[in-house]
Design a protein around this ligand. Structure first.
Ligand code: GRG
Length: 300
């Protein structure tokens, strides 16, 4: 199947909505600390796809929820994602000079500013998750459950743990189980949490949440496999960074372990499983289905 022009219109409209919301929900400081928010905005507006915030809205739509009141949550997920990219690019971690075709945060500013910009984004995400506009709209118990979900996915039970395992695996031969651990924690956990957060706030049933959770894990893994494939076969201009960096850093990747064809096959299998998880839903889950194809077909 190929994605329809209507999906790309949907994607553009959603990206626009998220960009406007980020401008509203992530303030710019004036005065002695203005440089902090300048660096935060530099990375927030460096051309990201907005996949995670769009998933927050699409997950809610799938259970009949309205997207608009979820914008603080959507922005919180983009803040957490952007912090992780800024810190991942630092000399102490991946030491990358380019991201999305632009100098990385520590290159455009300096290392200390980049560390603080990441810290600022992560902390502000939790300010947004407790935003007054959410409190007025949703029961406190649901907001609390979403904060729990996202803090687990971003921290010790998700991304930060995955990043630790990933760094330790550099240059080593990893088993399929170790590779699965890294992908599940580093990438899939936050993607799954994005799919669930909006649906949880709108009071989705346990059955629906379980299906959305399965979908989230599957597309999260597929996303990382495609990321690994693009690092080998992608177009440098489109990606905005040099290809082959995983090989150079001897990173644990799916193609390194199973070959390019093996990786492509696994991504397709995950796509089908993600679509299967959505089978109880009707047309209200069309955006989630299209996003699953997009994750597989993306060139960036
Ligand atoms: C520093 C705690 C900490 C974690 C870093 C996310 C991450 C963990 C590292 C980034 C390196 C990487 C390739 C991660 C896996 C896939 C990923 C998150 C890719 C980038 O996400 P996109 O493509 O980015 O959604 P855009 O630029 O579209 O926002």
């Amino acid at each position: 199947m190929s994605l329809s022009p209507a999906f790309f219109d949907y994607l553009k409209a959603r990206q626009h909505l998220i960009n406007q919301a980020l401008t509203r929900f992530v303030p710019r400081l004036s005065g002695p600390a203005a440089r902090l928010t300048e660096a935060m905005h530099y990375s927030l507006f460096a051309g990201g796809k907005r996949l995670r915030p769009i998933l927050v809205l699409a997950g809610a739509e799938a259970v009949g929820g309205e997207p608009e009141p979820l914008l603080p949550v959507a922005c919180a997920l983009e803040c957490i994602h952007t912090y992780s990219l800024i810190h991942d690019d630092l000399p102490a971690m991946d030491d990358d000079d380019l991201r999305r075709g632009k100098p990385t945060c520590h290159k455009a500013f300096d290392e200390a500013t980049a560390i603080l910009a990441g810290d600022g984004l992560l902390t502000h995400a939790f300010r947004l998750l407790t935003h007054e506009e959410l409190e007025e709209r949703f029961p406190a118990a649901r907001i609390l459950a979403v904060i729990r979900l996202i803090s687990e996915a971003a921290g010790l039970f998700g991304m930060v743990a995955g990043q630790m395992a990933d760094l330790l695996a550099e240059g080593k031969k990893v088993s399929p189980e170790e590779l699965f651990f890294i992908h599940r924690h580093k990438t899939a956990a936050l993607i799954r949490a994005s799919v669930l957060a909006g649906a949880m706030l709108w009071g989705a049933t346990e059955e629906s949440l379980e299906k959305l959770s399965q979908y989230g894990w599957k597309i999260g893994h597929a996303f990382q496999i495609v990321d690994d494939i693009l690092d080998l076969t992608g177009d440098e201009k489109t990606l905005g960074k040099p290809v082959g960096s995983d090989l150079e850093k001897k990173k644990a990747t799916y193609p390194a372990l199973f070959g390019l064809e093996g990786a492509r096959e696994e991504a397709k299998k995950l796509l089908n499983e993600a679509l299967e998880a959505l089978s109880p839903f009707g047309t209200e889950a069309t955006p989630l289905r299209d996003i699953a194809y997009y994750v597989l077909e993306r060139k960036l």
